[in-house]
Design a binder for this molecule. Sequence first.
Ligand code: BGC
Length: 757
Amino acid sequence: MDVKKLVSEMTLEEKAGMCSGKDFWHLKGVERLGIPEVMVSDGPHGLRKQDSEGDHLGVNDSIVAVCFPAGCATASSFDRELIKEMGETIGDECQAEDLSVVLGPAVNIKRSPLCGRNFEYLSEDPYLAGEMAASYINGVQSKKVGVSIKHFALNDQEHERMSGSSEADERTMREIYFPAFETAVKKADPWTFMCSYNRINGTYASENEWLLTKVLRDEWGFKGYVMSDWGAVNDRVKGVAAGLDLEMPASGEYNDRLIVEAVKNGTLPEEKLNKTVERILNIVFEYVENKKGGTFDRAKDHARAAKIAENCMVLLKNDEKILPLKKGEKIAFIGEFAEKPRFQGGGSSHINSYKVEDVLSCSKDKAEIFYAKGFPADKDEEDEKACKEALDAAKKADKVVIFAGLPDSFESEGYDRQHMRLPECQNKLISKIVKENPNVVVVLHNGSPVEMPWVDEVKGILDAYLSGEAVGIALSRILFGEANPSGHLAESFPLRLEDTPCYIDFPGKRGKVYYNEGVFVGYRYYDTKKMKVLFPFGHGLSYTTFKIDNLKIERSGKKDTDKIKVSVDVTNTGDTAGKEVVQLYVSDKTGTELRPAKELKGFDKVELKPGEKKTVTMELDYRSFAYYSTELNDWFAPGGKYEILVGDSSENIAVCEEIELEATKKLPFVITQTTIFGELQAYPELTEIVNTKLMPYLAVFGAGKEEETDAASEAISDEMTQAMIRYMPLRSLRSFGNISSDQVQALVDELNNALKK
Ligand code: BGC
């Protein structure tokens, strides 16, 4: 389709009309020009296609669809291929259901465990979130269906999400909150972006030209269209000018009229509107011209959902190898989640699930199971009779599995969690049960971290997260050892809410939330502060054991632009087949800028039979070493030493080696009278001028003196003099060297000239 030509044939009113939805889920068409209406639908972990009346919070019914594991679970798989396969499946479903775009993945950073929507988001780590998002997108779009990566950007809480301003500095945005989106653009070319509701440093994302045009399009090269989150438009004309193409849902045509007026009165150049419409139509026709149809095979996709779930669950603790359960053991299943699992979150991602499998029904033929409800799955309510039944069941069992978790009302789109605890009734019952039976395993159904006051009293903890409708079969297979757990945490589990880096600032007050912790989010903070956590980022156990060794670093040269290949050997040292997640971290030892102790820059998941060994190779590039410099307005990798660390969690590093990097870029350095002496030290080309021309003026401090009296050296040692001079601005030469400002300036000019040589 020649979209440019088509746009040239459209009236101003038709063009403005294309810039907002027809209704809740459709884009408008123009019949006379053969532009069809196309549909979009939530996302991201299954289809929420609303055939009849639309709403964006999942209140009204949608078609029956397969509910896959939510983002909190899929990210824990650390498995790019698996997530791509999930994307392909969802892409096929979209083709069958005639959906041009699925609204997801949702990649906002898990800044606080309290964000109500963390269950949908991927990680606290931008590298992991970006890699998983790109895989999902490549999967969906291989089926010629688009995604809408969301919510761009800094929508990391639900509190005041539609109006509040996220106040963050540029380095923090570029290093933590943008890379998942940036990686998606560079590695997967998403068809559409969804801008967030919130403001960013005061400007609504929906009318933020810096965000939607400069960063997204000019810098990253995004080619598709940007749609608003549902109801995120504030000033429609400003939005078009800033790069917001499509307003969703319908605007009652008021905003379309404002666009027409703005073009007519010259406030909005028609050329901008034409580009907007072109971007929308390019995607519409990309879908329409490649439409394949097909059937939505729910049974087949359900089986895929089960396989994915199995690869996401995280075994957090397994003392005395309490898991797997043995067939033939007497086992108590306690907690209503065993028969009514929580497997997805509330709000716009809510799926009308095809077939929910619970662990109780899926396990009944595998062992002698006594089930007692113990506590309800949907509220925090103690029931004495139910507790007693649970204790009785625990007493007569060899092992007890308690199915605990957060009720739906505790975490959802639309509001944040109030605290990080499980319902009191669950914590109390767990503490009582461990007194009756020492062999206790807790299975968690949660979208984000919870405190575990009983962590030392139970032998096993398995985090099922929100694993989708096939949760029961996946859980049963893992509990009974038919599948080996291989998920690793995509977020840190802090000991207490008060330990979290944004504890003081979250969720903000009076319409503003300050991101004062900067780049120190999640493990970047706990690690740097050497703080104890409940379970660290990247942690996950298996029924087998692995050894990681033989670190090799291959470099084509020493420059920061040369590619580096890092390889390790991974061996399955146990007697069960399993999968290990190998994680590669980089630690900046150059001391140039404040940076986290280490950051994830590579990972891979490998499957190994007992005794088998495989070599895993990962690549590092310039960005793996760089931080975002606001002096350069670019990424900058300082020259010097870095540590390359490989392990199976952010805490458990198996091998490490130091490398030296030669920098190809320099930070801009302009010397003024305010520059301190210490800053000059990093530049060998200045040493001579400093020693011969500047230091003599500081003789009053003993600088450069050959000999001194005992009393003088007692009062101030050489070391002390050096340290003091380090912080003196060059301007001090006026006061202590007795020279004029012009003379100091002449020295400053000489230094600057030496830098240029
Ligand atoms: C959510 C989006 C969702 C949209 C449509 C909004 O409230 O923030 O994630 O895609 O509704 O349902």
